[in-house]
Write a protein that binds this ligand. Structure first.
Ligand code: UDX
Length: 441
């Protein structure tokens, strides 16, 4: 099928390449010429495992192309919208400027029977507002939220846990137009549906809410365990053993119970804030008031990591050399948006520490925003003469591949702060280190 994808950031670029890889003919459209030039050459404009390969393959096959020209959307049957919905400047609400611009930009090129499929995360009620504009052209709007995780984006797009299609509904059932739209989306995702991926057809509001509530739930799970970590810290309990124990209950599950410096990135923080703002607008702010607390707990963990480093160094980090391992908001990503890792590094620097930071993928991005820190590509060089080491992104390079005995030969002090509870505490202790975890004795 011929598809267009408007917006070629994390979401759109991966979606375009993944759709080409399952056999569709895809054009990716973005206003950013630099991004389009790179993508057209088969170069991924950001670090995402597996993306480079499917981009190169798609372009070589002739099925995948990129352009800044919106008119290239003409002739496609389904037009995906994958533009960003950032947090509004000076507020919590989502900024829908790019979604509106994408829909308006597409309108002249839509034909009778086309689908416009929104993938961006939007406040509930957005699709209902946009639908009449799309309908005037004879096309149909559907909302098809994306659940991809950075670092796993290609796999999550080709083989998702579930597919959700918000289509026109009337009195609790899909209209004929809605049924037809769902059928077209089923064809788009046929390879995945044939493998058993659940395909859920619902109304616009439910589809929009599925996405924000999934992210709110994940954020809640992380802040829940971090709240317990705070209690563990004053009682001498170990939050990691506790998480293992409660995680054995299948109703709870161990995943996303990783206590540490908390969540960041381009989605969870902004999505829970936008959800709160939307609930306020709907007069239901109290229903999700807990999300403010989830946010507050999350931000407190960054303070805790800084305090822990300071305490470990005898009460102050001033003029101490602190090596920060990690800058990306999570491993397998070069993304530093709202990164707790980078925030901790910047705060330590603000307190007068001599911060040296290393990361396998995110140094360039971090350097652009925070040039005041010292960046070193080589991990061992970064560790040289450190008074303390803090792990803030659980890359394999630190978690599994860093031998504590070897690290001890490089540093001056032997203090390690495990901001992600990802190190083998006993191995580090055995190598002579004073180990400090988050919510661990
Ligand atoms: C998230 C959702 O998982 C995804 O479904 C949605 O489409 C977009 O938002 P992503 O932002 O890529 O994906 O990252 P995710 O893997 O969810 O991690 C988010 C943050 O939570 C990271 O900073 C991570 O380090 C942190 N995290 C995750 C924890 O602190 N503890 C955990 O146990 C898990």
């Amino acid at each position: 099928m011929r598809l267009s994808v408007v917006g070629c950031g994390y979401l759109g670029a991966v979606h375009a390449a993944a759709m080409a890889s399952i056999g569709h003919e895809v054009v990716g459209i973005d206003v950013d010429e630099r991004k389009i030039t790179a993508l057209s050459k088969g170069e991924a404009p950001f670090f995402e495992p597996g993306l480079q390969e499917i981009l190169t393959e798609g372009i070589a096959s002739g099925r995948l192309s990129f352009t800044t020209d919106m008119s290239a959307a003409q002739g496609a049957k389904v037009h995906f919208i994958g533009v960003g919905t950032p947090q509004q400047a000076g507020g919590y609400a989502a900024d829908l400027t790019y979604v509106n611009a994408a829909v308006d930009g597409l309108l002249p090129y839509l034909s009778e029977g086309d689908l416009v499929a929104g993938k961006s995360t939007v406040p509930v009620g957005t699709a209902a507002t946009l639908a009449p504009r799309v309908s005037e052209t004879g096309a149909t709007l559907v909302w098809n939220p994306e659940f991809l995780r950075e670092g796993w984006a290609v796999q999550d797009t080709i083989d998702p846990d579930r597919l959700v299609a918000g289509v026109p509904f009337s009195e609790g059932v899909a209209t004929a137009e809605g049924e037809r739209a769902a059928q077209i989306l089923r064809e788009v995702y046929h390879p995945s549906i044939a493998k058993g991926t659940p395909f859920i057809v619902t109304d616009y509001a439910t589809a929009e809410l599925v996405k924000v509530s999934a992210n709110a739930f994940l954020a809640t799970k992380i802040s829940f365990i971090n709240a317990i970590a705070e209690i563990a810290e004053v009682t001498g309990a170990d939050v990691t053993t506790l998480a293992d124990a409660i995680g054995h209950d299948a109703r709870i599950g161990r995943r996303f119970l990783g206590a540490g410096i908390g969540f960041g990135g381009g989605c969870l923080p902004k999505d829970i804030r936008a959800f709160s703002a939307r609930a306020e607008e709907l007069g239901r702010g109290e229903s999700v008031a807990f999300l403010r607390e989830i946010d507050a707990i999350n931000l407190r963990r960054r303070d805790r990591a800084v305090d822990l480093t300071s305490e470990a160094l005898g009460g102050s980090v001033y003029q101490k050399k602190v090596t920060v391992l990690g800058a990306a908001f999570k491993p397998h990503s070069d993304d530093i948006r709202d990164s707790p890792a980078l925030d901790v590094a910047v705060r330590l620097h603000g307190l007068g520490a001599d911060v040296t930071l290393t990361d396998p993928a995110a140094i360039e991005n971090a350097q652009r925003i925070h040039p005041q820190l010292t960046y070193v590509h080589d991990r061992d060089e970064a560790l040289q003469d450190a008074d303390a080491v803090i792990v803030v992104t659980e890359w394999d390079e630190y978690r599994h591949q860093l031998d504590p005995a070897h690290a001890a030969t490089l540093t001056r002090g032997h203090i390690v702060i495990d901001g992600r509870n990802c190190l083998d505490a006993s191995a580090w202790r055995a190598a002579g280190w004073t180990y400090h975890g988050m919510g661990r004795p």
